[in-house]
Design a binder for this molecule. Structure first.
Ligand code: NAD
Length: 380
């Protein structure tokens, strides 16, 4: 019977957990034994007793004996290298393992002879949608980014006709219309803003317009970035310069800018320069969701709000952690969707021929796969 362990997350500011009581119940029904570290769900609103009541065993965090018996470790972030050494050879870890350019993780997986599935690398195919943790978390980030912006803005979002006169709706520019960006568009529209969107992928225009926003066509220069697997590829510096020039006028009129433009494994494209910020009005707000990847906007800092001549620059690095109950519930369901086929007939078996498993399996019993991801440069 496979033994599952759910870890208490130790990363600073992390409030999520990799299993809810509902998904623990589901894993038990699949013929597994489930242990959870005490307090693992507390910050997400799931008390220990709720896990105990559905049949999980509550264990002391970091208990060597339990780690040594575990077949499958569910986590949000990869455990520390020291903790990984506690797992037995052949055990599997599953989570948002941040594999890009992470040679230390590769070395730890290799030396402990572990298997590891990094959810960031799940192929974007329809069969994978229910397991797509990047999407479930990005959706939350897009929603929360708009709420943060609305709370920080010195104006209303909706158009209002009051006895004291008419208030014009806020003007919101969303940079990048992937999962987070589209949710930001929908949320800003629901609050009554007028929304403009910039993206480099051609498929996006229709999605943006169907949400009632206006699409800013990318600059018409030859080096428009390619796309692959639903993702944009890295743009050339010439393209980004043309894009900044194009966006500069838009931003000068904006009340809010939500930055979500990303290229997997690369530094985020720099879309807002100091000169563009100089043209924004005092009181405007920029929320940069790409801040951990270097930021779409100059001067943003992870987890901080910087006041730059009256423009508030919010470095929104961990927004899913600010909605931990739903973020955990959705993340947990993503894990069930991914692992249900792996736990068939009360056995744990990784079918490495399966496109889904092959896509995200970065290590198989310590044999490193996807070396290109581990060795990826972070340069733009
Ligand atoms: P992401 O976080 O990697 O990037 C966010 C957005 O930034 C993307 O839309 C990208 O085109 C855009 N971007 C990159 N460079 C830019 C630039 N210079 N200027 C403006 N925008 C720029 O992407 P994501 O949100 O994880 O997903 C991207 C797409 O993948 C989705 O929109 C969707 O079409 C697809 N997807 C498919 C599935 C599935 O079928 N299972 C699931 C989720 C997403």
């Amino acid at each position: 019977m496979p033994r599952l362990l759910i870890q208490l997350e130790s990363a600073m500011g992390e409030t999520r957990v990799a299993a809810s009581p509902d998904t623990v119940k589901k894993f038990l029904s699949l013929g597994t034994k489930v242990a959870i570290e005490r307090g693992a769900g507390l910050a997400a609103g799931f008390v220990d007793a709720a896990y105990g009541n559905v049949g999980a065993e509550l264990v002391t965090p970091g208990d060597e004996q339990f780690w040594g018996q575990t077949d499958l470790l569910l986590c949000v972030h990869a455990p520390s290298e020291i903790s990984l050494q506690k797992l037995r050879p052949g055990a599997t870890i599953v989570g948002l393992l941040a594999p890009y350019s992470n040679s230390a993780l590769a070395a730890a997986l290799k030396s402990a002879k572990l298997s590891a599935m990094a959810l960031e690398l799940l192929p974007r195919i329809s069969r994978a949608q229910s397991a797509d943790a990047l999407s479930s978390q990005a959706n939350i980030a897009g929603y929360k980014a708009v709420l943060l912006a609305a709370a920080a803005l010195d104006r209303y979002f909706p158009m209002l006709m009051t006895a004291a006169g008419t208030v014009q709706p806020a003007r919101v520019v969303v940079l990048g219309a992937g999962v987070a960006g589209l949710q930001a568009v929908a949320t800003a529209k629901r609050l009554g803003a007028v929304v403009y969107v910039s993206d480099v992928r051609s498929a996006v225009k229709e999605q943006v317009e169907s949400l009632g926003a206006r699409f800013i066509d990318p600059p018409e220069i030859e080096q428009r970035p390619d796309e692959s697997g639903g993702y944009a590829k890295q743009a050339s510096e010439a393209f980004l310069a043309a894009q900044r020039e194009q966006l500069s006028n838009q931003l000068a009129e904006a009340d809010v800018v939500i930055c979500t433009a990303q290229v997997p494994g690369r530094k985020a494209p720099r879309l807002i320069s100091d000169l563009m910020l100089d043209r924004m009005r005092p009181g405007a707000v920029v929320v940069d969701l790409a801040v951990e990847q270097g930021g779409n906007c100059a001067n943003t800092r992870p987890g901080e709000t910087v006041d730059r001549n009256g423009v508030k620059l919010i470095g929104a690095s961990d927004l899913p952690c600010s909605v931990p109950n739903h973020a955990s519930a959705l993340y947990s369901r993503n894990l069930v969707a991914l692992l249900e086929p792996v736990l068939k007939d009360g056995q744990l078996s990784l079918n490495i021929e399966d496109e889904l498993i092959a896509g995200c399996l970065i290590s198989h019993n310590g044999e490193i796969r996807h070396n290109n991801v581990f060795n990826m440069g972070g340069s733009n």
